[in-house]
Design a protein. Sequence first.
Length: 160
Amino acid sequence: MKRKIPTNAFEVYFAMGPGRSYDTLAERFKVSKQAITKTATKERWQERVAEIEQRVQADSKEKVVDLLNEMNERHLRVLRAIQAKALETLKEKPLRTGMDAVRALEVTIRHERLIRGEPSERTEMSVEEATRREVNRWMTVVDVDGEEATEDDGEVEARD
């Protein structure tokens, strides 16, 4: 009496994982390896396994990209909050006591640029300059009488 290979044989074969074999499947169903091989060839088991594994790998890559994008967005939100606090502090405090805010801005700008894909060497060279420009743009120098100090070119140099 011949035994018939069940209709779910491919699913069983695939579920065996990377160590799957026609021999093991033949033993499980108590049929010959030749019968399994014929069915596998007829039903394109190897191609189906490859297609499924490719889809799984593509889905996995997509999930990793999504997770990285979520992480970057979360980090950017934190950086923006720190930047807002740092700018608020710079507006309220003299530069000498606001150096923590300047450092916070420098760090957050560097990290934001890295997250957005700017090369780190370029970032390292330009963060200090960008920070100085931003500080100069936001700072208002007030003289002893409480009047705003101005210069001919409209920019005020920050003093270290």
